[in-house]
Write a protein that binds this ligand. Structure first.
Ligand SMILES: [Zn+2]
Length: 256
């Protein structure tokens, strides 16, 4: 089986002592590609070095909307410099997080659009973190010609899923669907077109139902695949093959 974790923060310090062991286990499990998105400019250098050490890891650089206090105006030009000098798979993770009412929507939107412009210019896909802002995001994406990407931890409606798919996006599904109480999310994921799904762990975040480890790891992609299979009518091999092809297509992984 050939699997991809489309969203995993393997550069975080929680993995400093276990990263090599985890990567070896991933290869055993058939998890051959892992996308590592960034959160702040301070983390970019380490993230790139971590990814350089393993052909499994693919770096994405960007400024995350939940860390607004860490971002400075000059980080936008720094992002341009970094992606011109380093091989990156996408711009991410970027987006809009309107979940917490106090968040400054205006400055998030400005930062997001500046990064969309960079992605458009560099012809790179984007990895999006969107909460309570799907309508705004779909509207913005229509104004730029972005070469697709992935909506991380998608929990919107089927109608929004369809609009994202029409814009060349995949919908990231992960540990949240393993929780039996997530009935609305599970029902939505059961009905998504298979051609629109990407798997992700978001490790070390997003604990799975009944997880035994201290924190989430990319090895759990196999558990997430089982949880997805339980919700679907297709069989596991069919699902694995389709979602891997989805990611290879959108992230242009076959050329990497
Ligand atoms: Zn993330």
């Amino acid at each position: 089986m050939n699997l991809i974790d489309s969203h995993c923060h393997l550069d975080f310090e929680q993995f400093d002592l276990t990263r090599n062991e985890i990567l070896a286990n991933c290869l055993q499990l058939g998890i051959n590609d892992i996308v590592v998105p960034a959160v702040t400019a301070n983390s970019w250098q380490k993230l790139l070095s971590v990814c350089e050490a393993s052909p499994t890891l693919h770096p994405a650089l960007g400024l995350h909307p939940m860390f607004m206090e860490d971002h400075l105006p000059e980080h936008i030009s720094k992002l341009q410099q970094f992606i011109s000098k380093h091989d990156t798979i996408a711009i991410g993770e970027i987006g809009l997080d309107f979940y917490i009412a106090e968040h400054d929507k205006e400055s998030q939107t400005q930062l997001f659009t500046e990064q969309l412009k960079i992605a458009q210019q560099a012809e790179l896909p984007v990895l999006l973190h969107i909460r309570k802002a799907h309508e705004q995001t779909i509207h913005l994406l229509k104004n730029y010609s972005i070469s697709g990407g992935i909506i991380h931890a998608f929990s919107g409606s089927l109608e929004q899923a369809k609009q994202y798919q029409n814009l060349g996006f995949l919908l990231g599904v992960g540990g949240a669907m393993t929780h039996p109480k997530a009935t609305r999310l599970r029902a939505m994921i059961a009905q998504l077109p298979l051609s629109s799904i990407a798997l992700e762990t978001d490790a070390p975040d997003m604990p799975l139902h009944l997880m035994k480890q201290q924190h989430n790891t990319p090895e759990n992609i196999t558990v997430i695949l089982d949880a997805l299979t339980a919700l679907r009518t297709e069989n596991k091999d069919e699902i694995a093959e389709a979602i891997t092809e989805n990611c290879q297509r959108v992230l242009r992984l076959e050329n990497k």
